[in-house]
Design a protein around this ligand. Sequence first.
Ligand SMILES: Cc1cc2nc3c(=O)[nH]c(=O)nc-3n(C[C@H](O)[C@H](O)[C@H](O)COP(=O)(O)OP(=O)(O)OC[C@H]3O[C@@H](n4cnc5c(N)ncnc54)[C@H](O)[C@@H]3O)c2cc1C
Length: 456
Amino acid sequence: MDEKAVIDLKGQVRGDVIAPGDKRYDEARKVYNAMIDKRPAVVIRCADVADVITAVKTAGKENLPVAIRGGGHSVPGFGTADNALVVDLGRMKGVRVDPVSKTVWADGGCTWGDFNHATHAFGLATTGGIISTTGIAGLTLGGGIGYLTRGAGLSLDNLISADVVLADGSFVTASEKNHPDLFWSLRGGGGNFGVVTSFQYKLQPINDIVGGVMLFEVEDAPKVMIAYNKYITNAPRELGAFFAWQIAPPLPFIPKNRHGNTFCAMVVCWTGPHDQAGKAIAPLREAAHVVAEFVGSMPYPAMNSMFDGLVPPGLQHYWKAVYVRDLTDGAIEAHMKYGPKVPVVNSTIHIYPINGAVQDVLPDATAFGHRDARSATVIAGMWPDPAQNDANIRWVKDYYAALAPHSEQGGYINFAAGDDMNRVAANFGSSFDRLRKLKARYDPDNLFRINQNIIP
Ligand SMILES: Cc1cc2nc3c(=O)[nH]c(=O)nc-3n(C[C@H](O)[C@H](O)[C@H](O)COP(=O)(O)OP(=O)(O)OC[C@H]3O[C@@H](n4cnc5c(N)ncnc54)[C@H](O)[C@@H]3O)c2cc1C
């Protein structure tokens, strides 16, 4: 962008307009994944919807692609790009809870921590991610898998409406009644269709939960995986649970001499009556000998931030994902070959359930195209030292290559890597063809292409 265009923008925008040469530029171009090093044409830290409209219109006029940044957690770093105009919503964090209708409006720059802080005051919550620093925007638009999914559905299943700035700079509120095609595509189509400035969700009465983590020996992992796989499909819906591989951090509930050892883990979150938690968790706890356990009653936001310390900003990230229908012997073998080799304490592999309330919704009711999967697996490589990039990326790729033959072709778009563009159609699954038609209608010039891109 030339200097005059930047000066013009500064005259119109209430937030910050940060171009190369500005002392804030290096900070403003950063995203969560420290491996991403892009030089956008300009970063606009929007203060309000008017700023977003100006930003999108300017991108169209200047012929610049838009990189939308909500919480900035995209592993491929879609919240920034070379020569792009970054619409950064990080300053837009308003949340308004209506406790009577049990609904909430939350701005596009909120994290799940911001969201839960506001809703917990009313004893309410909805499905968010596992980590509190992830943005509600990217997570919801791609799906939204978390502790509450089995009872409340995906995050996007709880969406009632969304305020959106479209590629031509116009503003609409999309819902089942207004712009239903757009509303359909927002629920699973990622950031392909416009900038969502505010989301309206329904909420559930969820306050304190019983949750935490249990660690098992590596050699017991097949038993734990099988018990989990067998139980979780029909377990009470108040139970959220996922399988993980995890190196033990130096925490007091883990015997000192086991710190740094690798374990397999079950992470649980029970939202039902607390005196029934033990019974609900028992089939997982009894799968094998529990080496260490930290499970107890806590406010839901505490559960939602329990693992934040393992994934501070500034790590390098490289992830791969697959949907899985059956946990076959071949899949277990692949897990047993690579899971115990998890290289650092920050890295992990999660197997999340896709069942319960997710499957109450008809497969074509939203653009989330994989409701028939039984689980979503992510191999999440996260490490502090850039000198270790090759070794960590190799581990993720090898693990993925071993698991792929036992999995669906597609993976969850929010867990996909930047080099997964050849899997876009499979990742969007059964929704892809309709998404493509709607992309041609709402964004024919592909202004919003810094994402798991649906080429119109
Ligand atoms: C540590 C960590 C933990 C995670 N845990 C989970 C989890 O438990 N469950 C889960 O489902 N996912 C999880 N994810 C994946 C997460 O869903 C994606 O990374 C998601 O894209 C993050 O959203 P964001 O707003 O923070 O990202 P951003 O990088 O800001 O945005 C990602 C993409 O989303 C789109 N987008 C963002 N904001 C908007 C907006 N306002 N309007 C339109 N499009 C927008 C854009 O296309 C952008 O390219 C996790 C990621 C990380 C790094």
